[in-house]
Write a protein that binds this ligand. Sequence first.
Ligand SMILES: CC(C)(COP(=O)(O)OP(=O)(O)OC[C@H]1O[C@@H](n2cnc3c(N)ncnc32)[C@H](O)[C@@H]1OP(=O)(O)O)[C@@H](O)C(=O)NCCC(=O)NCCS
Length: 211
Amino acid sequence: MSEPFIRPYRPADRDGVVEVCIRTAAGGGDATGLYSDDLLMPEVFALPYLEYAPELAFVVDSGDGERVLGYVLGVADTREFVAWWRHEWAWWFRSRHPSPGPSTGHEPAFTEEELLAAGSDPGRMLIAEVDDYPAHLHIDLLPELQGRGFGRRLIDTLRAELARRGVPAVHLGMDAANTGARAFYERLGFHELPSSRPDAPLLGISTRFSD
Ligand SMILES: CC(C)(COP(=O)(O)OP(=O)(O)OC[C@H]1O[C@@H](n2cnc3c(N)ncnc32)[C@H](O)[C@@H]1OP(=O)(O)O)[C@@H](O)C(=O)NCCC(=O)NCCS
């Protein structure tokens, strides 16, 4: 049986990344059917990253090149990414989602209205610490891959690549209810940033492993 391994993203992985995103987007659980359009989550939290910085995307290959089992996506400079999003992504996103779609009968913690606002206005990414922690990331693994060390290795891979490019530190925002992810980040050495709030945790870490 082939063993999963980490490799750089390539364009043929796009649908696989979308699938992993949907299956992990509800606070770490499956978001299939939660919104009027399953692509809403990836169009905010995955596809803009692949479009803007494919060189900072790494995937876990199932071992035979057939499936994407997980990924880490990053941008090196959040300010520049926000400027790009405003010019290149927001209009496209708004034209696809001018208003919330029909109710699915679900009540996700992150509502469809909030998701539409997040896709239209990237200003939310300009956190107070953005100059000291210019990069940010998203990481998601399918359930069958979790707990096997790939999350740690994906974060290490991205940190090393950011360090190589001279980026000093990376941050992330997360769902407060995702206690498993919080434990994971703390285990890896992420610390809470000053502007973190209990309802909107913000964590950061240096890209240098000695810090
Ligand atoms: C959160 C996630 C990225 C962690 O990746 P993972 O591959 O499962 O974690 P790893 O196996 O690499 O664990 C790394 C370390 O964190 C610890 N850890 C991981 N999950 C943990 C948990 N739920 N509770 C306590 N510790 C945990 C591990 O024990 C391990 O410690 P060690 O290396 O010292 O032995 C992954 O589980 C995931 O994608 N979950 C669903 C989507 C998600 O929540 N994404 C994050 C959104 S903010």
